[in-house]
Design a protein around this ligand. Structure first.
Ligand code: PSV
Ligand code: MN
Ligand code: MN
Length: 389
């Protein structure tokens, strides 16, 4: 295979998971601007996700969030999985939610009260039952747990509670199931967060065992953090389970991935390629909210941004880079990397899409499809699904 053929082949196998909540209404704590045509339930979210996959060819799975995507019983989830199949997609990670009940004011699985911890762990176990019904491999865990004031709770004991709760859920996982632990440096807690960084997530996952892996949400770091270094380290340790891709200017902005800093996305994807993560079990998920822009085109754009960063990462001349590195040629090594980054990969991706039997212009094809007008016309009445619905 020529080098370019290998790059194209890799791009054709790319799989980006889209999140069900990105299709619904979302906003900030100031205002949710409702959009016409937004899905009213999980079934319609899957209809939209099917469109994203139809036009990009590389978005074959959809993450669910429980209870936002709750349906009735195991049969309901099996039916949802069937519905996804009919739309050409599959159900992906199950995201738990231990942050929206009044009971969780002081935390969930780290809460000082054992009864609240029990409720939180039971919810996580219910999520594994759902995974059994949907055939999902991954349980994605993000905890809003933390404290707002020094002295509010015993920080060490909260770690013990966390370890205990995670261990119970780990035991419940099937042979082919994984738990993915996501960290976030602050928010909603402002003084301490119980899983604030990759080191804490890694320490818990290491103790739990091979089915526990770390999630890197690209919006969950302090400004200036070198995320690609974290990616390289986790891959090296065999502990990178997934990405939650999005981009940020300030905090957890959840903007379209690659919008704020496409160069950072390229650097991350380069470490993924370098570390063999592109062909491993790493799940590439989006975790975004489209507050003011049209949802489906924004998700298509995000998938394309991931593809462009990946294509550039695959184009890095690794031999030339290594030679320059070994020779201590700082400027040349940097130039090799920048050459790949500065390549316009859009014609290459257009070719890849044509070879996959797709329209080379996914956004144009979506616009021409008439789907946007159809959902505005049909999806009237009922409560439109949204973040937290
Ligand atoms: C938390 O900020 C987070 O990134 C987690 O992944 C949640 O599941 C998701 O946002 C909800 O939007
Ligand atoms: Mn996330
Ligand atoms: Mn987030």
């Amino acid at each position: 295979m020529t080098e370019l053929a290998a790059v194209k082949a890799a791009l054709k196998t790319q799989a980006v998971e889209t999140p069900s909540w990105a299709y619904g209404n979302s906003g900030t704590r100031f205002k949710v601007f409702a959009q016409a045509g937004v899905p009213r339930d999980p079934w319609e979210k899957l209809d939209d996700a099917g469109k994203v996959h139809e036009f990009t060819g590389v978005a074959p799975t959809v993450a669910l969030h429980i209870p936002w995507d709750k349906v009735d019983g195991a049969d309901g989830y099996a039916e949802l999985a069937e519905h996804a199949k009919r739309r050409g997609v599959r159900l992906g990670a199950i995201n738990s939610n231990t942050f929206q009940d009044d009971d969780y004011k002081l935390g969930s699985i780290c809460h000082p009260d054992a009864a609240v911890r029990r409720k939180a762990v039971d919810h996580l176990l219910e999520c594994v039952d759902i995974m059994d019904a949907t055939g999902s491999r991954d349980l994605k865990l993000w905890f809003a747990d933390g404290t707002n004031y020094p002295g509010q709770d015993d920080v060490r004991e909260r770690q013990d509670r966390l370890a205990e709760g995670l261990a119970e859920v780990y035991e419940r996982l099937g042979d082919d199931q994984r738990m993915l632990l996501e960290y976030k440096f602050f928010e909603p807690a402002f003084y301490t967060t119980d899983v604030p960084d990759w080191g804490t997530a890694y320490a818990h996952c290491l103790k739990l065992g091979p089915k526990a892996q770390v999630v890197v949400d690209t919006g969950h770091h302090a400004p200036g953090t070198n995320i690609e270094f974290i990616v390289a380290t986790l891959l090296r340790e065999g502990k990178l389970g997934a990405f939650d891709f999005n981009s940020r200017f300030y905090a957890d902005d959840d903007l379209m991935v690659g919008a704020a800093d496409p160069f950072q996305l390229f650097r991350i994807m380069y470490e993924v390629v370098r570390g063999g993560g592109f062909t491993s079990e790493v799940a590439f998920m989006l975790d975004q909210c489209h507050n003011i822009e049209a949802k489906i085109p924004a998700i298509i754009r995000s998938v394309m941004n991931v593809q462009e960063a990946t294509a550039k990462a695959l184009l890095v001349d690794r031999e030339a880079l290594r030679a320059a590195q070994l020779a201590g040629d700082v400027l040349e090594a940097n130039a090799v990397l920048m050459d790949a980054y500065n390549t316009d990969v859009r014609p290459l991706l257009a070719e890849v899409r044509e070879e996959m039997g797709l329209d080379p212009d996914p956004l144009g094809a979506y616009r021409r499809s008439g789907w946007a007008a159809k959902i505005v016309e049909e999806r009237v009445g009922g409560k439109q699904a949204g973040w937290g619905a």
